[in-house]
Design a protein around this ligand. Sequence first.
Ligand code: FAD
Ligand code: FES
Length: 279
Amino acid sequence: MPHSDNIYELRPVAIARSLPQIRDHRLFQLQLKDGTSWEAFGHQPGQFVEISIFGQGEAPISISSPPTRLDYLELCVRRAGKVTSALFELEKGATLHVRGPYGRGFPVDKLKGHKLLLIAGGLGLAPLRSLLLYALDRRQEFDDVVLMYGTNNPANVLFKYELLSFFDRKDIKYFYSVDRDDEGLWKQYVGLVTGLLDRTTLSPSDTFAVLCGPPIMYRFVIQKLVALGFDTEHIYVSLERMMKCGVGKCGHCTIGDKYCCVDGPVFAYPEVVNIKEAI
Ligand SMILES: Cc1cc2nc3c(=O)[nH]c(=O)nc-3n(C[C@H](O)[C@H](O)[C@H](O)COP(=O)(O)OP(=O)(O)OC[C@H]3O[C@@H](n4cnc5c(N)ncnc54)[C@H](O)[C@@H]3O)c2cc1C
Ligand code: FES
């Protein structure tokens, strides 16, 4: 929750770095301008902030950095429309505002002690990265950590150097896929991210699967997980909806009888399985 009683409180932040990722995607590292640490912000993996650019508007953006790394708040942003385009125009040192953290993130305490299977598609890696880095920083608190990440082609892999750095680690299993590899450069799996589930042995009874990606991914990945023996209670999804207030007041983000902004964006799959438009 926000650090004061005012749930809409805007915090002025400066852009410490704006790092190009792939075409039209940047990682923004933000510092609080009032000199306080991000520690008091108190975010959890899977939560989001509303970024606010005066004169342009607001947009909900997932927090990509974990609460174990508090020098910067990191946001991985795709240039989509008005607000994100304005953000891309801001230079190092420029001021914008954030409010939050908002929403229900991943159930970190419930996940502790268990095997984690993180499945991300495209920009879905942005919120999952917060949980992934949290688990790696608190490695002894989790059993196996498995990452499956798919993009449409090799040019669109986000956090490329971070993903490559896992090569040196023995405490994470990772599987990457691309839908197409027209240039024949990709050394790993070519096909949909669901195909990665056939490439390792999982133990569904003590594994929690956490998914974030485009809506089409959820249906097929969940079908496959259930076929592999996963209990639906062990499947979590992070959903996206058009939002305005971000705090459960305006009704813009409804998913059936739920508000994505306060009841989610992370849901246990059984919470949304019977809501037709959820996935
Ligand atoms: C919980 C949550 C977390 C999110 N996390 C992230 C994240 O980590 N990173 C990220 O990049 N995004 C994230 N998003 C998505 C992001 O909030 C949206 O892309 C947001 O709309 C961007 O705001 P904007 O003003 O830049 O774009 P908008 O102006 O709202 O445009 C959004 C879309 O509408 C289209 N559009 C805009 N204007 C028009 C028009 N006149 N005619 C036709 N189409 C139009 C744009 O092409 C674009 O596809 C998240 C959303 C939610 C709900
Ligand atoms: S965005 Fe206003 S209720 Fe969710």
